[in-house]
Design a protein around this ligand. Structure first.
Ligand code: SF4
Length: 351
């Protein structure tokens, strides 16, 4: 059961309440390279990214945000560390949200300046506390960035916002340790009504990072915790969006693009199923419609799974049957099966 949080509007996108879980990513270009940044944002948008964050590390980055904002249609978020003046400039440039980590912005008056500006311009703020940048006083008390230390740091940060009567906030406390991160988010969800941006930070390269993220985010989302997600991967950011939807589709929380099933194969398989599966998965990339496609190796589970999916192939010895919506459509030799499957998909869906 989803834990319903306050709704925060980021441009046209709503986070929290009963709204769909929002998928975010982050550009990996220098933000001041406006052309490259816009191209990357448009690729992310095409992949289904709902909103995008970019690093603002200097004045040139902050100034570039105005042109970037005019050229893209998904909300943009400025990611600010250390220098509160960059946050003020980003708001002036018209960003839809800013993300700050009060732990590294410095004295409270600097955070307060950012809050005032955000309030005047109706710009929401994500408070992103990180285990790697907790205030010295908290580290002294807990010695290490333990989950309790992170939650206390978040409480302190939120208090600055409450004292300034600002509640247009989203909170996050991502960590690289999956179990600690789950623990922290459970505590935050219990204690606060603000929408939660969840993720496993610095998760790694796509294979390991995807698994770590799926474990961490999957457990949280399945307990109703999390309103917006990012899968942080050392890769092209489009992979982050693909992975995010794979997680959300698996849990039935969003319906975006195809769900692909293929059997692991075993000694019963009499076709090159791995090649068939790779080709089908690759050709499915251009489809946006939500559909279940199954590719199965033999008669044991093949016809059953292929029938249950929207579209499927169940193989036999060098041959197979293509199914659509539970019905057997055509029998064909192995070499022809993939083309027939896609002919059938194209006849049945509007992509
Ligand atoms: S569907 Fe057939 S080939 Fe595939 S794993 Fe099951 S028994 Fe083996």
């Amino acid at each position: 059961m989803r834990k319903l949080k306050k709704v925060v509007e980021i441009g046209k996108v709503k986070i929290g309440g009963n709204n769909p879980i929002v998928v975010q990513s982050m550009t990996k270009t220098k933000t001041r390279d406006i052309k490259k940044t816009i191209i990357q944002i448009k690729r992310l948008q095409k992949a289904g990214c709902d909103m995008v964050r970019m690093a603002v590390v200097n004045k040139d980055d902050a100034i570039s945000l105005r042109r970037i904002k005019k050229s893209v249609s998904i909300p943009i978020i400025a990611d600010i560390h250390f220098d509160y003046r960059l946050a003020l400039k980003a708001i002036d440039a018209g960003v839809d949200k800013i993300r700050i980590n009060p732990g590294n912005i410095g004295e409270n008056w600097k955070v307060t300046e950012v809050i005032k500006k955000a309030k005047d311009n109706c710009v929401p703020i994500r408070i992103g506390v990180n285990s790697g940048s907790l205030p010295k006083s908290i580290l002294k008390k807990y010695r290490h960035p333990t989950p309790d230390a992170i939650v206390e740091s978040m409480k302190d940060a939120i208090n600055i916002f409450i004292n300034n009567r600002f509640n247009n906030i989203v909170i996050s406390a991502k960590g690289a340790d999956v179990r600690d991160t789950i623990f922290v988010y459970k505590m935050l969800s219990k204690q606060f009504n603000y929408p939660l941006h969840i993720g496993i930070t610095e998760a790694g390269l796509p294979f390991r990072g995807g698994i770590k993220s799926a474990v961490g985010l999957g457990i949280l989302l399945n307990q109703g915790i999390g309103d917006t997600i990012r899968v942080s991967l050392t890769s092209d950011p489009v992979m982050e969006v693909v992975a995010a939807y794979e997680i959300l589709n698996s849990l039935g929380l969003r319906q975006h693009g195809p769900i692909f099933i293929s059997c692991p194969t075993c000694g019963r398989c009499e076709v090159n199923l791995a090649r068939i599966a790779r080709t089908v998965e690759s050709r499915l990339k251009k489809y946006k419609s939500f559909m279940k496609v199954a590719v199965m190796g033999c008669v044991v589970n093949g016809p059953g799974e292929a029938r249950e999916a929207d579209f499927g192939i169940a193989c036999g010895k060098g041959v197979g049957i293509v199914f659509a919506k539970g019905k057997e459509i055509r029998r064909a030799k192995e070499a022809k099966l993939v083309d027939i499957l896609f002919e059938v998909i194209d006849e049945n869906i509007n992509n």
